[in-house]
Design a protein around this ligand. Structure first.
Ligand SMILES: *[C@@H]1O[C@H](CO)[C@@H](O)[C@H](O)[C@H]1NC(C)=O
Ligand SMILES: *[C@@H]1O[C@H](CO)[C@@H](O)[C@H](O)[C@H]1NC(C)=O
Ligand SMILES: *[C@@H]1O[C@H](CO)[C@@H](O)[C@H](O)[C@H]1NC(C)=O
Ligand SMILES: *[C@@H]1O[C@H](CO)[C@@H](O)[C@H](O)[C@H]1NC(C)=O
Ligand SMILES: *[C@@H]1O[C@H](CO)[C@@H](O)[C@H](O)[C@H]1NC(C)=O
Ligand SMILES: *[C@@H]1O[C@H](CO)[C@@H](O)[C@H](O)[C@H]1NC(C)=O
Length: 394
């Protein structure tokens, strides 16, 4: 399959869970990464344990009680995979809870994670969200709320409180994003990319891709969060030099974010916490990139790693000045890398394959050297090219 230049997605990180101390030693089974299969006939969470040496063990599937979905190609109208959801953060963790969305069931689910065995999940009931085609979810431990963005015909942001006894409550009224879309959406342009809370969990951030044919710019929407209340209205900014805003990860202890943008590569954006406006601090051209859509920041190196759905490599970026510090190329047969998370000394990157001969897998690399230490196939679990992710616990 040909990957369009704006092929997209991600899994942003919840600030509350994203930066485990690199030296923390965990027993086998106390940490895990999570993906969703995004299968149309029945979506599942894939929970994969991280061993004490950082490598991955055998994954476990848990039903997410709904159906996945795929966007359609704007030109051909055909269903598209990989990256059917066009997002980062289709799965999110806050505290001991995991959250995900079911794109074609218009629903979200929450699970309790067993901290002694992070692949052991207990699901709460499925809850309808507002809008159609939810593709990204964020959760806040501080405010005990989860927020979902939808990118179908009815699109916007809605939020629900959660607790240990009931799971998610009902989602509140839609905060419209105003995209002229269909269900399933046509993309990649003109779709939601990611939702996430800031590190202090006092702002909710959503990235939306431009629609070049109608000259609609991409934008970042920033909502203030007070207590359990997410503001009805967002400040919207279209940072100079960006267009297809995709994933974002907050640079720890700053108001800046590394964002990916397959029209140029990446950028560092600056959030003004007084006005909620977002401006460009540095645009980062990545030469030879095809679809730079996913990002993570490593606690081991303090640098960002960005992944390209059309090139099998990781580009490492200095988050202070936006300079590219390393390009690590892999020769393991994968066609590109998608959603990824940096945990401890390692980076875990999803390679969904192309639905035929190239099978879905996770590439594990050492952050400090870029060296691949494991290439774990997901095919034996029944995972397909539709797989999306990624979040982690531990
Ligand atoms: C998947 O990739 C392989 C290797 O590049 C190629 O031979 C095959 O035709 C591709 N399949 C699709 C559906 O693009
Ligand atoms: C999963 O965790 C629950 C507690 O949350 C426990 O009751 C159950 O025995 C665990 N199952 C396995 C297979 O570890
Ligand atoms: C952890 O939980 C998973 C899923 O419930 C189960 O398959 C596995 O056996 C458990 N591992 C241990 C060591 O209990
Ligand atoms: C929405 O998109 C459709 C299909 O491209 C177009 O026909 C219609 O005019 C658009 N509506 C608005 C309000 O822009
Ligand atoms: C990025 O590259 C384009 C041409 O490929 C150029 O026009 C633009 O000025 C460059 N931007 C930066 C920030 O270097
Ligand atoms: C990876 O490939 C790029 C060209 O695509 C090259 O510039 C870079 O030096 C390579 N990295 C390594 C570590 O060989």
């Amino acid at each position: 399959m040909h990957l369009s230049p704006s092929l997209v997605l991600f899994s942003a990180l919840l600030s509350s869970t994203g930066y485990a101390a690199p030296t923390a030693k965990c027993a086998d089974g106390e940490r895990a990464i999570y993906l969703q299969t995004n299968a149309k006939e029945g979506n599942n969470i894939v929970a994969i344990p991280i061993g004490s040496d950082g490598t991955l063990g055998a994954g476990v599937l848990h039903s997410s009680l709904g159906k996945g979905g795929n966007h359609v190609d704007g030109m051909t109208g055909m269903s598209v995979a990989p990256d059917g959801l066009l997002s980062q953060s289709a799965v999110a963790v806050a505290g001991n809870y995991l959250f995900t969305v079911n794109a074609m069931s218009n629903s979200a689910v929450m699970y309790r994670i067993n901290p002694k065995n992070a692949t052991n999940l207990s699901v709460y009931k499925e809850v309808p969200v507002q809008g159609t085609f939810p593709n990204t979810i964020a959760a806040s431990s501080k405010h005990k709320i989860a927020c979902v963005a939808t990118t179908g015909k009815s699109n916007g942001v809605s939020c629900a409180t959660f607790d240990d006894r009931q799971g998610l409550s009902a989602f509140d009224a839609l905060r419209p994003l105003g995209l002229n879309q269909t269900t399933p959406p046509s993309g990649p342009p003109n779709t939601v990319s990611q939702i996430g809370f800031t590190e202090d969990e006092d702002f909710l951030v959503v990235t939306v891709k431009a629609d070049p044919p109608t000259k609609k710019p991409g934008f970042v929407a920033v909502y203030q969060v007070e207590g359990k209340r997410v503001a009805r209205d967002a400040a919207r900014s279209s940072p100079a030099g960006t267009a297809i805003l995709f994933s974002f990860d907050q640079i720890p202890h700053t108001n800046k974010f590394i964002v990916t943008d397959p029209s140029i590569g990446a950028a560092i954006l600056d959030l003004n916490t007084e006005t909620c406006d977002v401006t460009t601090y540095k645009a980062i051209n990545i030469t030879g990139q095809k679809a730079t859509c996913w990002s993570t920041i490593s606690p081991a190196t303090g640098t960002a790693f960005v992944a390209d759905g059309g090139v099998n490599r990781l580009v490492e970026i200095n988050v202070k000045d936006g300079n590219i510090v390393n390009i690590y190329n892999y020769t393991n047969g994968d066609l590109g890398l998608f959603d990824l998370r940096a945990i401890g000394d390692y980076v875990y990157a999803l390679a969904p394959g192309n639905g035929t001969t190239v099978l879905p897998s996770v590439t594990v690399v050492k952050a400090k050297t870029g060296k691949m230490v494991q290439h774990l196939s997901l095919a034996t679990l029944g995972v397909t090219v539709n797989v999306q992710g990624m979040a982690f616990f531990g």
